[in-house]
Design a binder for this molecule. Sequence first.
Ligand code: PGA
Length: 224
Amino acid sequence: MKYIVANWKSNKTTEESLDWLNNIKIKLSQINPKNISNLEIIVAPPVVFLPLMKKIIEENSLPIKLASQDVSPYGFGPYTGAVASFMLEGLADYAIIGHSERRKLFLEDDQILEKKVKLAVEAKLRPIYCVQDAQTYIPQKVDIVAYEPIYAIGTGQPDSPENANKVAGQVKQKKDIHILYGGSVTEANIGNYLCCSYIDGALIGGASLDADNFWEIIINASTN
Ligand code: PGA
C-alpha cells in the first residue's frame, strides 16, 4: 500500500474545491477501481471544506480519505480560533501534524506537537507527522512520517530519491513506521520515489492543487 497525500495548504475557494473533487470523481469513474487499489489516496483541504467534501465522497463512494492539515494542541474550551481534534472525529481519517510551515510560521515546537498527536489519536485521527531530517523527534503514537526537507518544499528542488531513501531508512531503523517523501513531488518524479525500498508514499503540495496533475500523480503512483 502506498500513501498519496494531497496537501492543499491555504488554497482554494469553496467552488474551486468542489470543481477539483468533481474532476477527480469523473476520472475515477473512467477507470477500473482495481487499478488504484494499491493506493491510499488522502486529501487534506483547508478544514472549512471538510464537511462538504466528506458528503460528496460518501454519496459517491469515492476511494478518497480526508485529512486535516493541523489540529489544536487543546481540547474543547476557551481557545479562540482553534479546531479541536474531537470536532474532526468522523470527518477526517488523518491529521497532518508538524508541517515545517507550522513549525516555522506558527512557532510550534516538539512539546506542542506531542500534545497535538495525543489529542488526534484520541479523536481517532491517524497523524501524518512531518519531519525535516532523520534526527527530528517523533512522538510515540505516530506510525506515518513524512520526510520533508525544508529546502525542497515548494521550490522545485526535490531531494534526490537516493538521499530521501537513505533518510527514510535511517528513520525506519529507529522506529518501524511508514515513511512518505514530500518536497517538490510532481507527476514527473513521483515514480522515482515510490520505487525506493524504504519510501511508502508521498506528500504533495503544489502539484496536488490542479486536479489533472494530481490525477497523473495517482496514475503514475499506481503502477509502482
Ligand atoms: P510541495 O509541498 O509539494 O509544494 O513542495 C509539499 C509540502 O509542503 O507538503
